[in-house]
Design a protein. Sequence first.
Length: 402
Amino acid sequence: MKILTLNCGSSSIKYQFFDTHREEGDKVLAKGAVERIGMKGAILAQSRYDGDKVKVAGEIVDHGAAIEYILAILLSANHGVIKDRGEIDAVGHRVVHGGEVFTGSVLIDQDVLSVLNDNIDLAPLHNPANIKGIVACQKLMKETPMVGVFDTAFHHTLPDYAYLYGLPYVLYKRYFIRRYGFHGSSHYFVSQRAQELMGKPLEEMKLITCHLGNGSSMAAVDCGKSVDTTMGFTPLEGLLMGTRSGDVDAGAVLHIMGREELSLGEVNTLLNKHSGLMGISGISSDMREIEEEMEGGNERAKLAFNIFTYRIKKYIGSYAAAMGGLDGIVFTGGIGENSNLVRREVLKGLDFLGVDLDSTKNDPRSSEERFVSGDDSRVKVMVIPTNEELVIALETERLVAN
Ligand code: ADP
């Protein structure tokens, strides 16, 4: 099946075009991104399976125009991969927040779209862009089935005592305030892959998956099911991130709001855009720069690195306790896959849990899929490059085929 996957952000769209039946080579025929939608200097860049690369600059006023550009490139004589729009069998959309309604992927129809619109309140930073992408595709590809794949869906198996906050229960009932968790497609993909690599039955699989990128989250995956995760009602909770604070005492936020006389919007920006690695280091939200500065002796960069790694270590301990054991730890995402320093610092001192990192396997700065624990390590540690788009494509195929 030929499937277009779309990941629509507020000013960007990332896409991949899959041929799921392709036997040889990569199932991805083309992948690319449109950046700076609605701004000056908008650009589409695509690379094709055979190495062909193209960049197109243009006036891309909105998500509809961006998707028209994507379709035009996919169809173009020189850089395309299809001859007719009808060759696109289905479109899979990444949707960030599924709320309590969507516990799995869905075929999108008008009813689904209206529930998504009702849910905007839950994810005002993300879902509106996802919806814009869906509506634009509905206009441009009227006959093509579409599927929504939710970042929250994999975490719908959390027990109530893990997903509820210590707030008045009535607020959960009234506003659906609870932990949802995100990066679900990634945690699902790497936990499945870890199981394949370890070759043990699902019942013996207590895994902790660490998705560490600009946004970072961890999940406790027991017998293939997510039983706890660090992100919460929004993707702000949990680990320290590029520009997001992660866990912080709500009382401190209230105190800052009072002292600095911040509005809701301002405090939102503070926590989401000016905190995390950026806020602590004062240098960068990018882990590569943090590591460079740290190695050059910058104390604030070192502090940001220490907070980042300490929290991950702390959650590993708590998730091992929550599951009553641990068989494997997976690192994925830009930082998790590439940073040997982060992995080394996170796992330092965890030999009491049965973790034995092998530095000759860990140290090469390569994102290649591999075990980085010693052969005798009771807990296996793995680097597994994530592939959220593949999950979206396969989910789309599954729903459309049914
Ligand atoms: P996103 O969450 O936006 O998808 P990514 O998963 O691409 O982000 O991760 C981006 C992060 O990965 C950045 O902090 C970047 O510095 C980090 N990263 C990428 N390559 C390396 C590397 N070789 N060493 C350390 N960090 C890296």
